[in-house]
Design a protein around this ligand. Structure first.
Ligand SMILES: NC(=O)c1ccc[n+]([C@@H]2O[C@H](COP(=O)([O-])OP(=O)(O)OC[C@H]3O[C@@H](n4cnc5c(N)ncnc54)[C@H](OP(=O)(O)O)[C@@H]3O)[C@@H](O)[C@H]2O)c1
Length: 214
């Protein structure tokens, strides 16, 4: 069971996830690229209740890790620290911000498969990438609300089930898309990316209706 979420990245996405996680009752550790002191003030103001740490400490104390660093920085995260951890990959390859990254532009796979190869010892799960950071808190709804939106999840089924419970507590219906490669369906440029969907709509967009009916 997840009780502490460690967030790598104290920027827009990491901060919104931190506040959402705190509201959902999780303990939160959060890190930027440097020592805890570098983000202490901003964490106190922007994500009160979260504990600023170094990246290594934030990960070590967490049951679940969230990668919320710019894609062009993912290789600066030490893979050894993530070994054995369930890790949510929120990252998108976004050329205006990341520049031209050949390893993504020349690779037809989901970006999470490329990232996952780097973090080979981690149990990578792709989600939280297709909702804008500014919508995460405003769109969250209690389970059963008619206007609750859904978020897609891709990764190995066991790790994804753990993440699905977190997404539910965050205020969204989790929809399991399949293994990591299925995450290509909700990356930038897809109809799902940036849209708002109910669980039924997202299931249909992912082409899972036939599988569910079978
Ligand atoms: N914009 C959206 O609505 C949205 C939605 C979903 C997902 N995403 C994805 O979320 C990711 C983060 O985007 P953002 O807009 O939050 O970026 P951002 O505001 O630029 O923040 C990035 C954060 O990552 C930190 N960081 C960099 N390298 C790190 C490392 N090795 N360990 C720990 N922290 C590190 C930075 O710390 P320093 O300042 O110390 O470098 C900074 O706190 C991107 O991959 C983006 O594609 C964006």
């Amino acid at each position: 069971m997840v009780s502490t979420i460690g967030i790598l990245g104290a920027g827009r996405v990491g901060s919104a996830i931190a506040r959402t996680a705190l509201k959902a009752g999780y303990a939160v550790t959060i890190a930027g690229s440097g020592p805890a002191a570098d983000i202490q003030l901003i964490v106190d103001i922007v994500t009160p209740g979260a504990v600023a740490m170094s990246a290594a400490d934030a990960v070590a104390s967490a049951d679940l890790v969230v990668l919320a660093v710019p894609m062009h920085k993912f290789r600066s995260v030490d893979p050894a620290t993530l070994a054995g951890k369930i890790v949510i990959d929120t990252m998108n390859y976004w050329q205006p911000i990341d520049g031209e990254l050949h390893e993504f532009s020349a690779d037809a796979r989901s970006s999470s498969e490329v990232v996952g190869a780097h973090f080979a010892g981690a149990r990578l799960v792709k989600t939280l990438n297709h909702i804008g950071y500014h919508d995460l808190e405003t769109d969250a709804r209690p389970a059963g609300a008619a206007d609750r939106h859904a978020l897609a999840i891709a990764g190995d089924a066991t790790a994804a089930a753990v993440v699905a419970e977190v997404i539910n507590r965050f205020g969204f219906d989790p929809v399991y898309a399949g293994p990591l490669e299925a995450g290509a369906a909700f990356e930038p440029g897809s109809p799902i990316f940036g849209g708002r969907h109910t669980a039924a709509e997202l299931t249909a967009e992912l082409g899972l209706e036939a599988a569910a009916a079978a």
